[in-house]
Design a protein around this ligand. Structure first.
Ligand code: SF4
Length: 96
């Protein structure tokens, strides 16, 4: 995937690098750090965090142009709306 932020997400070469060495590269660590910052933003801002856990970094990057972000259209449709419908159904079933 093209990315000027992360130099096209090329992290290594499986014929030359081990997974351990790839995970210890500056680029991988920066991506991981940015993803964790995005999860923290979700934790601090979203009522659905306990259900979702912080979403899909790929959606954040492509919709918001950064991993360091929270809500996306994907999570609205894949998590939030479904949670609302299920909870409403449970409340209706229980007569609440
Ligand atoms: S639903 Fe969206 S905003 Fe909420 S925690 Fe998940 S990804 Fe983050």
């Amino acid at each position: 995937m093209p990315s000027s932020d992360y130099r096209n997400f090329i992290l290594g070469n499986f014929q030359q690098d081990s997974l351990e060495s790839i995970c210890s590269t500056e680029k991988f660590q920066r991506i991981y750090h940015d993803i964790l910052q995005g999860v923290t933003q979700c934790q601090n801002s979203c009522d659905y965090f306990s259900l979702c856990g912080g979403g899909a970094p790929s959606n954040k990057y492509w919709e918001n142009k950064t991993f360091v972000s929270a809500e996306t259209m994907a999570c609205q449709y894949n998590k939030q709306i479904i949670a609302d419908i299920v909870l409403q159904g449970i409340e209706n079933y229980l007569g609440l």
